[in-house]
Design a protein around this ligand. Structure first.
Ligand code: SAM
Ligand code: DTB
Ligand code: SF4
Length: 356
């Protein structure tokens, strides 16, 4: 594997300069770092998203540089319980409602998961995310096993993240006690579009779990998917929902739909890569201090498009040949890409935001 350059500290970025004024559009100037807004309107966010491309890049880059260390966090995903999910999320190959190549599998053993986490760490990842195809967490041996996985991942000095569906306050507290850093639970799309994608749970169910996670003192990871037939207003509305949360989610994953054969969304057209860049740039402007995560969909992006995503605001990539059940770029290619761009991988436990 190509060796990854790793930075040795969290360098202070150059002092924040105000977002460059644009002569071409009167979109609201995002306020400076430390002045995080929770009152974005959908119209304002649409205006940002639709800025002339270079103006959007300039603005997002200025905020990104002023607020985040110039390094890319490598995160590795592992599906610890695959397939057979009772939910009907139209994008998901793991739903039992659709005939896909992903069938129900037994839950992985703790030892196998920890061996994968060790490999991920050796390859340079600093965050290990474990996913389960569950509607919700149920008390019992499976949840106890997840708690053991979290303890084991933490004992390796990795950040531990899980995504398990809905959790109660008590379950969130037990995850926190086990050492969990972050809980991923995506809003996925706008409140308006939500019922056209999932009908087995509501948008408010999603928000309730995020609130339970937050109250337990676990870092919130919540974002969504573009390319599911939504409008730009839906994309903006999803970002506004996230930015309404107080505080903003610490992590905001932006996924492009992976069009999996057998799912109802399999025949949708691929997104325009410029839309991926726009979505990441807009997320960066709306939630300046959050870690924006360039998530599913990189296999359809050129190297240049991926670099633009990192340039305008993405703090991380998933590193490893698989996401949960679908392919991700080859790790050697990723290492070469970061190296060619002179980008460094984030060392463990670095505070990635910095204030001017
Ligand atoms: N079952 C749990 C849940 O839904 O919260 C956790 C696992 S679920 C697979 C985690 C996230 O993966 C989903 O919320 C969705 O955003 C993302 N995802 C699933 N299938 C996807 C696809 N085909 N393309 C892009 N993102 C996808
Ligand atoms: C997120 O927002 N994206 C990741 C992670 N959180 C769990 C999952 C992407 C899954 C893509 C489809 C698959 O591999 O099954
Ligand atoms: Fe189940 Fe999660 Fe897939 Fe929805 S996204 S079908 S809840 S695994």
């Amino acid at each position: 594997m190509h060796p990854l350059p790793v930075i040795t500290g969290a360098p202070a970025p150059s002092p924040a300069s105000p977002a460059p004024a644009t002569k071409t559009a009167a979109a609201p100037a995002p306020r400076r770092d430390g002045d995080v807004r929770h009152d974005w309107t959908v119209a304002e966010v649409v205006e940002l998203y639709k800025l002339p491309f270079f103006d959007l890049l300039d603005r997002a880059r200025a905020v990104h540089r002023a607020t985040h260390v110039p390094a890319v966090q490598l995160c590795t995903l592992l599906s610890v319980k695959t397939g057979g999910c009772p939910e009907n999320c139209k994008y998901c190959p793991q739903s039992s409602h659709y005939e896909t190549e992903v069938g129900p599998e037994k839950m992985l053993d703790v030892d196998d998961v920890l061996a994968a986490a060790r490999r991920a760490k050796e390859a340079g990842s600093t965050r290990f995310c474990m996913g389960a195809a569950w509607r919700e967490v149920k008390e019992g041996p499976a949840f106890d096993r997840v708690l053991d996985m979290v303890r084991g991942v933490k004992s390796m000095g990795l950040e531990a993240c899980v995504t398990l569906g809905m959790v109660t306050s008590d379950q969130a507290a037990r995850l926190k006690e086990a050492g969990l850093d972050a809980y991923n639970h995506n809003l996925d799309t706008s409140r308006r579009a939500y019922p056209s994608i999932i009908t087995t749970r509501t948008f408010d169910d999603r928000l309730q779990t995020l609130s339970n996670v937050r109250d337990a003192g676990i870092s919130v990871c919540s974002g969504g998917i573009i390319g599911m037939g939504e409008t730009i207003e839906d994309r903006a509305a999803m970002l506004v929902e996230l930015a309404t949360l107080t505080p903003h989610p610490e992590s905001v994953p932006i996924n492009a739909l992976v069009r999996v054969p057998g799912t109802p969304l399999e025949s949708l057209p691929p997104i325009d890569p410029m839309d991926f860049v726009r979505m990441i740039a807009t997320a960066r402007l709306v939630m300046p201090r959050s870690k924006v995560r360039l998530s599913a969909g990189r296999t359809d992006l050129t190297r240049e498009a991926q670099l633009l995503c990192l340039y305008v605001g993405a703090n991380s990539i998933f590193y490893g040949d698989r996401l949960l059940t679908t392919p991700n770029p080859d790790t050697n290619e990723d290492a070469l890409l970061l190296d060619a761009a002179g980008l460094q991988a984030l060392p463990p436990e670095t505070d990635t935001t910095c204030c001017d």
